[in-house]
Design a protein around this ligand. Structure first.
Ligand code: GDP
Length: 410
């Protein structure tokens, strides 16, 4: 039960978007494609995505959960719900604290809207590496290049295009991957499950060569090896590009840009790949700094060998009407049966049940480890924003000067 995924195989991410840009649809599709292996029997009739979504809605869906876990190519992706509202609230701040990386979803027609600007700046403040997904490429008026330009102008971002769209509006077919030099078409009949790999069409060759060169040139600014090859006019391999782009994304130098249509099931699998390629694992982010009893700084690394510490970032009830406390474990291991200390409330708590929440099921686990996200059932005294630490230890992970949050029962 206690699964021992390597920390480097974990991604804790948020999906940020202006209202209506397609955050919910993108999340649903991510959960659908990642859950495909145990859904496969149900998908053949063709109506799968919608059916599945309706079923989930009837059951009291986990998509709206504070955190949902899914697996893609044997990596665990924890999607943390990022509140969509504009205000700089404690809740937004807290959700940004527990995630390590984010997908910014933009509408291909509306582009960068005021709300996207606010959340983007908040994510910048927390130094959260981001990738961008330009959604709704199928809509009339979709303009990929315009949104990329808006990211530069309005957000001051340094976007780097890694895919270009093929076909416009209702003719939007798929994408050209500028790293692999391939075109991917997402078959509508199989709800995008079948990806047809094609050579780059003649009409797109010049455009994709030019876009590839821009990609290399941008990377060269941050990678000496690529700069040398760029100056020598030598080919840069896909492996070198992935490595350099990962580093530049983690350093907040570049924002890889992808595109698709969540609604039409196009572009989601490459987006999932990009989460794995470019966004950080808990090992790639700075260690957590908490406060000790005397107000001194205490550093806790994302390491199972460190003393246990975790932050409760949301309380909510699930479909079974149990009260769940969502936690991010920052250091050490939390096991069922452990007695832990809540230094904020000055109370001990017993851990009777630990859960991981998936799109369509809750999984009881024996432990949660450093870097991981899950839920505890049955805490008696603890609330959102509290720290849990090892019995006999004292560390507070969240500063106390926040206004008292309203505890969200979702
Ligand atoms: P959210 O407010 O960001 O969570 O946005 P939703 O995911 O709820 O999407 C808002 C609306 O846009 C809904 O009516 C979706 O069906 C629609 N939508 C989402 N993605 C796409 C897309 O790729 N193409 C089109 N045409 N519509 C989309």
């Amino acid at each position: 039960m206690a699964d021992k995924k390597d920390l480097s195989d974990v991604r804790n991410i948020g999906i940020m978007a202006h209202i209506d840009a397609g955050k919910t649809t993108t999340t649903e599709r991510i959960l659908y494609y990642t859950g495909r292996s145990y859904k496969i029997g149900e998908v053949h009739d063709g109506a799968a995505v919608m059916d599945w979504m309706e079923q989930e809605q009837e059951r009291g869906i986990t998509i709206t959960s504070a955190a949902t876990s899914c697996t893609w190519k044997s990596k665990r992706i924890n999607i943390i719900d990022t509140p969509g509202h504009v205000d700089f609230t404690v809740e937004v701040e807290r959700s940004l604290r527990v995630l390590d990386g984010a997908i910014a979803v933009f509408c291909a027609v509306g582009g960068v809207e005021p709300q996207s600007e606010t959340v983007w700046r908040q994510a910048g403040k927390y130094k959260i590496p981001r990738i961008a997904f330009i959604n709704k490429m199928d809509r009339v008026g979709a303009d990929f290049a315009r949104v990329v330009a808006m990211m530069e102008e309005r957000l001051g971002a340094n976007p780097v295009v890694v895919q270009i769209p093929v076909g416009k509006e209702s003719e939007f077919e798929g994408v050209i991957d500028l790293i692999e030099n391939k075109m991917y078409v997402f078959d509508e009949e199989t709800l995008g499950q079948e990806i047809i790999e094609k050579d780059i069409p003649d009409g797109y060759r010049d455009r994709s060569t030019a876009a590839h060169m821009v990609l290399i040139e941008k990377l060269a600014d941050f990678d000496d090896g690529i700069m040398e090859k760029f100056l020598d006019d030598t080919r840069v391999s896909a492996t070198e590009i992935y490595r350099a782009l990962r580093t530049a994304t983690l350093n907040l130098d570049l924002v890889p840009v992808l595109c698709g249509s969540a609604f039409k099931n196009k572009g989601i699998q490459p987006l999932l790949d990009s989460i794995i390629y470019y966004l950080p694992s808990p090992l790639d982010v700075p260690p957590m700094i908490g406060l000790g009893k005397q107000g001194e700084d205490i550093i806790r690394k994302a390491d199972v060998k460190e003393t246990f510490s975790a932050l409760i970032f949301k309380l909510m009830s699930d479909a079974f009407v149990e009260s769940l406390a969502f936690i991010r474990v920052y250091s050490g291991i939390l096991k069922v049966g452990d007695k832990v200390y809540n230094p904020v409330k000055k109370k001990k708590e017993k851990i009777s049940k630990l859960l991981r929440l998936h799109a369509n099921k809750r999984e009881e686990v024996g432990s949660l480890r450093a870097g991981d996200i899950g839920a505890v059932i049955g805490l008696k005294f603890s609330t959102t924003g509290d720290t849990l630490c090892a019995n006999g230890d004292y560390i507070v992970l969240e500063s106390m000067d926040f206004p008292e949050p309203v505890i969200g029962i979702a």
